[in-house]
Design a protein around this ligand. Structure first.
Ligand SMILES: [Zn+2]
Length: 289
């Protein structure tokens, strides 16, 4: 539980880093049960390529304890330390580290990392450092999810006009997708409302059980979306209000997509029931006229 609480602080620090325009890494140093340092990467805001979260907390802890010997401490970090930070861990004498996301997983995603695991640095240095894969692995993985990162880049400090501009961009992409994929191999229901629903599932790779229909009339399909949504995760990380963001960022492009089936179809949401304020996002396709 102590490690989990410390990792939660590291995750919160990583979120702050992303809000500030840094790269989303957080770290904590424990001495016994006491947190003696917590911090995040500040590479961008300080224009310092060495200002990684681990280096920042090692400096903080050494200043606080008045010694460069941190051999009694544990370092908890959201991401496996890079070779520079692993070397700093060796020089600090830290004997145990706990991390969330691994360098190996980052490389698999195609992220730019120096491909040397920290255990290799420790072993080449002859340092006995215990390495533990930490708690909150899923939360850490979300911080480094490629689709979530793309959304963070767009949504961080976005004005309403920028959101509307992104909406136009999405519209263009969605209509291109419709032209390329759908007009050649239709396969959707003859029932227009149902076809609109199937079209959305197909476009966003959502299974029917991830967006179950909860109400169906001749004029409406109401469904509860619970699928993985990078926009939602980015809003959670940046502490943005989805009731505002999603309205301007992607409602119109989704509406225009369903209108490709029939101009009387309309997509909208109930912004009183939208994640993370509700268990699901209540969305609907209506047939006007
Ligand atoms: Zn580093």
């Amino acid at each position: 539980m102590r490690l989990q609480a410390a990792m939660q602080i590291a995750v919160d620090q990583a979120k702050k880093s992303l809000c500030e325009g840094n790269n989303g890494f957080g770290a904590v140093i424990l001495l016994g049960d006491r947190i003696i340092a917590q911090g995040r990467d500040t590479e961008e805001t300080r224009q310092d390529p060495t200002a990684h979260a681990e280096i920042n907390v090692i400096r903080q802890a050494s200043r606080k304890l008045g010694t460069k010997d941190l051999s009694g401490c544990i370092l908890i970090t959201t991401h496996e330390p890079c070779p520079m930070c692993a070397a700093a861990i060796v020089w600090s004498g830290i004997k145990k580290i706990v991390f969330g996301f691994s360098i190996e997983d980052a490389l698999k995603q195609g992220r730019r990392r120096i491909g040397i695991p920290c255990r290799e640095i420790f072993s080449r240095a002859g340092a006995k450092v215990m390495i533990e894969k930490g708690p909150l692995g899923d939360e850490c993985a979300l911080l480094y999810n490629g689709a979530v990162r793309q959304e963070i880049q767009k949504l961080r400090n976005a004005t309403k006009d920028q959101l509307l501009m992104y909406n136009e961009e999405s519209t263009r992409k969605r209509l291109e997708w419709f032209e390329a994929k759908v007009s050649s191999c239709h396969g959707f229901s003859d029932d227009k409302i149902k076809a609109g629903y199937q079209l959305l599932l197909s476009r966003f790779n959502i299974r029917e059980d991830q967006a179950p229909i909860v109400e169906r009339t001749g004029k409406k399909i109401l469904f509860h979306s619970k699928n993985f949504c990078p926009t939602l995760e980015a809003c959670r990380i940046l502490d943005l209000d989805t009731r505002y963001i999603c309205r301007y960022y992607n409602e119109r492009s989704t509406d225009l997509l369903v209108k490709q089936i029939d101009k009387n179809l309309r997509f909208t949401r109930n912004y009183k029931k939208i994640r993370p304020y509700s268990e699901y996002c209540e969305e609907m396709i209506l047939l006007d006229g």
